[in-house]
Design a protein around this ligand. Structure first.
Ligand SMILES: Cc1ncc(COP(=O)(O)O)c(C=O)c1O
Length: 396
């Protein structure tokens, strides 16, 4: 006799937003089955090859017996010391490699776990909208309450800190910020980070600055929040190898800053995972010490692609500004479309997949995101098809 499964998803999973890509994925699969030439500029999955020195360092590390045992829960000393040296050279910030740096299995892992270490049920977390989805899902998993900070074009896609405050009976515990920003490609300066640190001190809030795109800038290098005096009392900062060295599959990142927050996160992680593969950390250490030239090539590779996108679109009469950083262009949808209707029609008519802006939050409605994680000729082709689609719709 068969019985109905007793499984039912936990309530917290039901509180996650619906997966907006389902329809896009279905349309993509149908078109691929019809052998259509689909171009996917919807996802930010870096495709440039990782630096050769990382691959060589990984091969060397694999012959060390110690890498095959459980990793050190803080990250191996070589990795933490290399990360501290990188902060010193890049930002002029001195960190204690033992207490102020911790290895992560990719930044997403640290971001997703952080609310569990800080947020009690019902506590408020400030989340950028639009923003990287794990800020919200991590908050939900910790039974926290999300308060969204709208990122609007008229404010340079920065949150209006003066408009934020705890409502009666509310306790704001944590604030996520992310510059260079996904999805808007906006950047911030040190002055903005100084205001954030002052805000955090005033309201007793921990700030998590997601600096995953720190090295994908095209003009001015992005600042670190840890450059601000007093920041390490209130802030932690996330770094990722995924975009910086184009190696998302390796799953390596780190968190730096407030030692108490890092210790708490370490305590949580010790119960959930056993850390990033030591051989991968050793290859990461090699990159942080000696990968500066290789990093520059990656930055230039993404810049070239975004230039191709912008130049192609502008040669067809658009007036797009070159993004200041990240792998992305964040563009308004033409009149008469919503983000979703634009993305769906574009895939049907031109077989180009973009990310509808509302996938990243309510404030993303009216925009779409193109990612430069695709080879030069394909991004040009995607831009040509996009222009043809927009032109056709403007003249209707
Ligand atoms: C803003 C932001 N933070 C973090 C991440 C995740 O980085 P990682 O691959 O290190 O987990 C991404 C990946 O797309 C991202 O866009």
């Amino acid at each position: 006799m068969t019985t109905a499964s007793p499984f039912s998803p936990a309530d917290r999973l039901k509180r996650l937003p619906p997966y907006i890509f389902v329809e896009l994925d279905r349309a993509k699969e149908r078109l691929l089955a019809q052998k259509k030439d689909v171009i996917n500029v919807g996802i930010g999955d870096p495709d440039l090859p990782p630096p050769a020195i990382a691959v060589e360092a990984l091969k060397r590390a694999l012959s060390l017996p110690r890498v095959h045992r459980y990793p050190n829960d803080r990250g191996c000393p070589e990795f933490r010391e290399a990360a501290a040296a990188w902060h010193k050279r890049r930002f002029g910030v001195e960190l204690d490699p033992l207490r102020e740096v911790r290895a992560l299995i990719g930044t997403k892992e640290g971001i997703g776990h952080l609310p569990l270490t800080i947020v009690n049920p019902g506590d408020t977390v400030l989340i950028p909208d639009p923003g990287y989805p794990p800020y919200f899902s991590g908050t939900i998993f910790a039974d926290g309450k999300a308060q969204f900070m709208p990122l609007r074009e008229k404010n340079g896609f920065l949150p209006d800190l003066d408009a934020i405050g705890a409502k009666k009976g509310e306790r704001i515990r944590l604030m996520f910020i992310n510059y260079p920003n996904n999805p808007t490609a906006a950047v911030c300066d040190l002055k903005f980070l100084e205001k954030v640190v002052a805000f955090a001190h005033k309201h007793g809030v921990i700030v998590a600055h997601d600096l995953s795109y720190s090295e994908i800038y095209f003009d001015t290098p992005s600042p670190s929040i840890l450059q601000v005096p007093g920041a390490r009392d209130v802030a932690v900062e996330f770094h990722s190898f995924s975009k910086m060295f184009s190696m998302p599959g390796w799953r390596l990142g780190w968190v730096a800053g407030n030692a108490d927050v890092l210790a708490a996160l370490g305590g949580l992680k010790a119960n959930l995972d056993s850390g990033a593969f030591t051989a991968v950390q050793l290859a990461g250490a090699e990159l942080l010490l000696n990968g500066w030239e290789a990093q520059k090539e990656i930055r230039q590779g993404y810049q070239k692609r975004l230039d191709i996108l912008v130049d192609t679109a502008n040669s067809h009469g658009w007036k797009i500004k070159r993004p200041a950083a990240t792998l992305y262009a964040w563009l308004p949808v033409p009149k008469g479309f919503t983000s979703t209707s634009f993305a769906m029609e574009l895939i049907e008519k031109e077989h180009v997949i973009v990310l509808p802006g509302n996938a990243m939050g309510k404030e993303g409605e009216g925009y779409f995101r193109i990612s430069a994680a695709i080879e030069d000729s394909r991004i040009k082709e995607a831009a040509e098809r996009l222009c043809r689609f927009v032109r056709g719709n403007l003249s209707e």
